[in-house]
Ligand binder design. Structure first.
Ligand SMILES: *[C@@H]1O[C@H](CO)[C@@H](O)[C@H](O)[C@H]1NC(C)=O
Ligand SMILES: *[C@@H]1O[C@H](CO)[C@@H](O)[C@H](O)[C@H]1NC(C)=O
Length: 279
């Protein structure tokens, strides 16, 4: 059924090795965000006055988005670096990576969430198996009609399946932009807000490279949006976790997951959200 639905629509599928000048706008930060090296490198900066951020020029309806990020090194406590897809409005959809900084030598937390039709509350948090401030690492959001898969250096860490058949809303009608930002959140980010940002260490800088989108560009001027190219080029549109992926996700979840809303009995005394038993 999903296939025939897709074939009905008009589309533009792109696979692009990105250029930050071409594909993104710096949206805030008054000069604190910089595109360098002819569009190959982007840096965000945060100081006491402001953070900074950027957004894709295009809106997408489904995509596989890779971004290499090198997080704020040293004492990054209180800072949050985000990388997410989001639509707009009160019933928006959103797929989030957020990197919560920490004192030198203490681990970042990778915080993830999925919003559907304005409702989130689906947090899962992880430690990473490497120091994310030493080198660039690839963070991938795969969003296709069957599932959303978050990956780190090709290792899937989280899956949110399309469970519409069980009455759980799935993002598939609202186009999303790609966003990223670096900002101060020392009221909650590090050890729940206990550790504050040390402004004597500012400016804090996060760096980005190798943006790559295999995605469907959405356009408001065409009556419809986007679909599969029936030839070989778009395997991401039907990509799902194979058995290796399944076992990688289990490895990450048993060794690096530090919070899962689906096991938080205090928060859901009446029972877990329905997707918890199905994902
Ligand atoms: C920061 O380090 C502390 C101590 O190791 C740890 O409990 C916490 O989860 C780390 N991450 C954040 C973002 O607070
Ligand atoms: C389908 O994808 C292939 C490989 O990416 C590409 O060469 C071809 O032009 C695409 N066809 C359409 C109709 O977009």
């Amino acid at each position: 059924m999903m296939k025939s639905f897709l074939f009905l629509m008009i589309f533009l599928v792109v696979a692009l090795a990105g250029n930050f000048n071409k594909d993104f706008d710096i949206t805030w930060g008054d000069g604190r965000a910089k595109i360098l090296e002819n569009g190959q490198l982007l840096t965000l900066s945060l100081d006491k006055t402001s953070g900074s951020g950027f957004r894709s020029k295009n809106q997408y309806l489904f995509g596989k988005i890779d971004l290499k990020i090198k997080l704020v090194p040293g004492n990054s406590a209180g800072t949050v670096t985000t990388y997410y897809l989001s639509s707009i409005g009160s019933s928006h959809d959103e797929i989030d990576f957020e990197f919560l900084g920490n004192l030198s030598g203490d681990p970042y937390i990778l915080h993830t969430n999925v919003f559907t039709q304005g409702k989130g509350n689906r947090e899962q948090q992880f430690y990473l198996w490497f120091d994310p401030t030493k080198d660039f690492h690839t963070y991938t959001i795969l969003w296709n009609p069957q599932s959303i898969i978050f990956s780190v250096d090709g290792t899937p860490i989280r899956q949110f399946k399309n469970l519409e058949a069980s009455g759980i809303p799935y993002p598939k009608n609202q186009p999303m932009w790609i966003y990223s930002s670096l900002w101060n959140a020392d009221d909650w980010a590090t050890r729940g807000g206990l550790v504050k940002t040390d402004w004597s260490k500012a400016p804090f800088i996060a760096s980005y490279r190798n943006y790559n989108a295999q995605a469907c560009v959405w356009s408001s001027s065409s009556s419809s949006s986007c679909t599969s190219n029936s030839s070989t080029g778009n395997s991401w549109l039907s990509e799902s976790l194979d058995s290796t992926g399944q076992s990688r996700i289990k490895w990450v979840q048993s060794n690096y997951m530090i919070y899962n809303y689906c096991t938080d009995t205090k928060r859901f005394p009446q029972g877990f959200p329905p997707e918890c038993s199905l994902n």
